[in-house]
Design a protein around this ligand. Structure first.
Ligand SMILES: Cc1cc2nc3c(=O)[nH]c(=O)nc-3n(C[C@H](O)[C@H](O)[C@H](O)COP(=O)(O)O)c2cc1C
Length: 324
């Protein structure tokens, strides 16, 4: 047990720190979660995993479910539309001993909502209550949920959903301050997140549009939340978890992080897949570099890790060579 006072607790799980990498399919995997944890992120979430998929146990699903002890506290996030399969899936993944189970009530993707999962559940608050009550009874760890403000502007129901979640035994609620209809556009409504925080007693984690250290202070001030989830603003920018401005990171420091992240990807996914999966991170790491379009083309066509690193090193050395 830690003797240092936690920043807040989720049920009986102590959270040390206020910044958390938001779950993101295709990004929040073991290598990147580890990097963010080491930079200062306080806990980890898997990306969303279909309840049924956990029951089939494909290699892909098993890889999504994997985590390392260093990542704890660890939340496994499930997508579901049915209390029975949700409970079955949660009990199955308990074999991995996660610290938390999180229910995704925010995913806007059509292939998810078409089957009544993710943000589509916001249209059926009683079903949310039923699913969460069953889940809370079924697993020995705290259950959390991640919501949006509603399906669309006309049906915003974040307060109703938050109260139902709390009455059903939820231990924390993460709120992305947009409706499903908004997707990732427009501005997140931090005031609405504040309303949720005031409406419930469990911890509320604020989420949406945190891209720089000053946004962290601003969202905490606007919402009163103790915890903040950072998604897109953390891609190619793990320094945000150290509250460091991306502009203060030199090209050399960035290159060292790229090299480190790439090595972790290669070790985790193997040479071929690791390189391919790393490219979308890489694009974000080099955003804003001189001649970015040309650099991107070169990087996308680099077929080996060595070729990619050579391209990057020579790009970093270029302005120095010009200056001398
Ligand atoms: C590529 C991508 C994948 C995402 N995958 C998930 C997911 O698996 N589970 C989830 O709850 N939210 C997911 N989200 C939503 C983010 O966690 C976050 O709520 C949203 O991007 C708003 O936060 P931000 O403005 O900090 O990015 C995803 C977002 C993006 C951009």
């Amino acid at each position: 047990m830690s003797i240092i006072e936690p920043t807040f607790t989720i049920g009986n799980v102590a959270i040390h720190g206020d910044l958390i990498l938001s779950p993101m399919v295709g990004y929040s995997d073991v290598p990147y979660r580890l990097i963010c944890r080491r930079m200062g992120a306080a806990m980890s979430y898997t990306s969303s995993i279909l309840d049924e998929a956990t029951l089939y146990g494909s290699n892909h699903t098993n890889q999504l479910l994997r985590f390392l002890p260093e990542e704890r506290p660890m939340a496994i996030q499930l997508l579901s539309n049915n209390a029975d399969t949700l409970v079955e899936a949660a009990q199955r993944v308990m074999e991995l001993e996660p610290d938390l189970i999180d229910l995704n009530l925010g995913c806007p993707a059509r292939h998810v909502t078409r089957r009544g999962r993710g943000s589509a559940l916001l249209l059926d608050p009683p079903l949310i209550g039923q699913m969460v009550s069953r889940l809370v009874q079924a697993v020995p760890v705290p259950v959390t949920a991640k919501i949006r403000l509603g399906w669309d502007e006309q049906t915003r129901n974040h307060l109703e959903v938050a109260r139902i979640l709390e009455d059903s035994g939820i231990a924390a609620i993460a709120v992305h301050g947009r409706t499903r209809e908004q997707g990732y556009g427009g501005q997140a409504d931090w005031q609405a997140i504040a309303e949720v925080r005031e409406a419930v007693r469990v911890p509320v984690l604020a989420n949406g549009d945190v891209r720089a250290p000053e946004d962290i202070a601003a969202i905490k001030r606007a919402t009163g939340c103790q915890g903040v989830l950072i998604g897109r603003g953390a891609v190619g920018n793990p320094w945000i978890f150290a509250r460091r401005d991306a502009a203060s990171v030199s090209h050399e420091q960035r290159l060292a992080m790229i090299r480190h992240h790439l090595e972790m990807m290669l070790a985790y996914y193997g040479e071929q897949n690791g390189l391919v999966l790393f490219r979308k991170h890489l694009i974000k790491y080099v955003q804003g570099w001189p001649d970015a379009a040309l650099l991107r083309r070169r990087l996308m066509t680099s077929e080996t890790p060595d070729a990619l690193l050579w391209t990057l090193s020579s790009w970093v050395a270029r302005p120095l060579a010009n200056a001398s």
